[in-house]
Design a protein around this ligand. Structure first.
Ligand code: SF4
Length: 381
């Protein structure tokens, strides 16, 4: 398949692996954060880690949209479905994410709430058209990649005069999250998380372009290489990062030139800024409160804002204490550091978001069978 097979070619992989082995200085250790969960899965699915020297480390970042959604927002979605009786439309990954007391949307559905899995915002609009007597809420999550379709849905609903459609908006922004990580004490002062450079996200960058990364490459002196999702993309990007570190450069480079441009998708950006504006703060799972890191619906489209249409109660949302997702999302721990990994917590019985989501780090470690030996259960658990 074009644009797939040639990026999985094992002869080319050997050549790049050879170049990495030659150019990685054995006296140095390299720590590269892959922001995006798609890269984490590519690394584990194709065994990229086994093809690079042991002094080149991957640090898993928070770029899994399901994983970073705070539990309180999920509890709100459950409340919309259960207490307000709406038809709640959501992408599949969100269905099984455990909220407070392990209450998930799929459990709410089993108990009679009308929760429906959709593949696109158009599906949600179709459901609203077919059910004019019911309120339909689209549970919008995701980074810059999924924001334009939500904007299209809101504009379509306004153009068609929908009275029964609204969006529960939880869209978040990549550059703000990366800056927050780089400013965290764990990176800046304590040195607990070492980051020598970033594998920049693929799909997000197709929308926002490579330009927004210039700030922290310069400000924090960290190289960024925007990488595609295929294994050779990841390997080539690692090689480019190693070269930057060796040459003491901190630039934004674009490996994914077949998709990403410097300015990104201007039409999508214009659409998003017409419908959304910045929230002053937003709570992220793992990262805490991050200023100007998420979007809300502009007043011009307030009729389609579920947070304005429905009164949501203030809840005492609670994380599972022994779940290490927050530390994993900050790059402080790895999934295998969690006592529940592979014992209590598996994809069949996920305790935290990182095991539920198809982009989560715990799911990547487990799914590709690399750490399946169950660990003995700690007596305290
Ligand atoms: S293995 Fe499960 S409980 Fe542990 S951090 Fe991952 S999702 Fe949370």
């Amino acid at each position: 398949m074009k644009y797939v097979d040639e990026y999985r070619d094992h002869e080319l992989a050997k050549t790049i692996a050879g170049a990495i082995a030659t150019e990685a200085d054995p006296e140095k250790s390299y720590h590269f954060m892959e922001f995006c969960g798609g890269h984490t899965h590519a690394i584990f699915r194709y065994g990229v880690q086994d093809l690079i020297p042991q002094n080149v480390h991957f640090v898993h970042g928070p770029g899994c949209p399901v994983c970073v959604l705070p539990i309180s927002r999920l509890d709100d979605a459950v409340e919309l479905a259960e207490r307000h009786g709406v038809i709640l439309c959501t992408y599949g990954d969100m269905m099984r994410v455990p909220g407070t007391k392990q209450r998930s949307l799929i459990r709410a559905k089993a108990d009679g709430a009308d929760v429906r899995m959709v593949y696109s915002t158009l599906d949600a609009l179709k459901i609203a058209r077919e059910n004019p007597e019911r309120q339909v809420v689209f549970f919008a999550i995701g980074f810059e990649t999924t924001t334009p379709p939500t904007a299209v849905a809101i504009k379509t609903a306004q153009a068609e005069g929908f009275k029964n459609f609204s969006v529960f908006c939880n869209h978040v922004l990549t550059p703000a999250a990366i800056s927050h990580i780089l400013e965290s004490p764990e990176v800046r002062e304590l040195g607990i998380v070492k980051i020598d450079g970033f594998l920049g996200p693929s799909h997000v960058s197709s929308v926002i372009g490579s330009q927004p990364y210039e700030f922290f490459a310069e400000e924090f002196q960290k190289p960024v290489v925007i990488a595609g999702f295929e294994p050779l993309d990841v390997m080539q990007s690692v090689l480019m990062l190693i070269r930057q570190v060796n040459e003491d450069r901190h630039e934004v480079e674009n490996e994914y030139t077949r998709v990403v441009t410097e300015e990104g998708n201007l039409k999508a950006q214009a659409l998003v800024s017409e419908v959304f504006e910045l929230r002053k703060t937003f709570d992220w799972r793992g990262l805490g409160t991050v200023p100007y890191s998420a979007l809300r619906i502009r007043d011009a489209y307030a009729d389609f804002d579920a947070e304005k249409r429905f009164e949501l109660s203030v809840k005492a949302s609670r994380e599972v204490k022994s779940c290490e997702c927050p530390s994993i999302l900050r790059g402080v721990k790895k999934p295998t550091d969690c006592k529940l990994f592979g014992t209590v917590c598996t994809p069949q019985n996920p305790i935290g978001t990182c095991m539920v989501s198809s982009e989560g780090a715990c799911a990547a470690y487990w799914t590709y069978g690399r750490f399946r030996e169950p660990k003995p259960l700690d007596a305290a658990e």
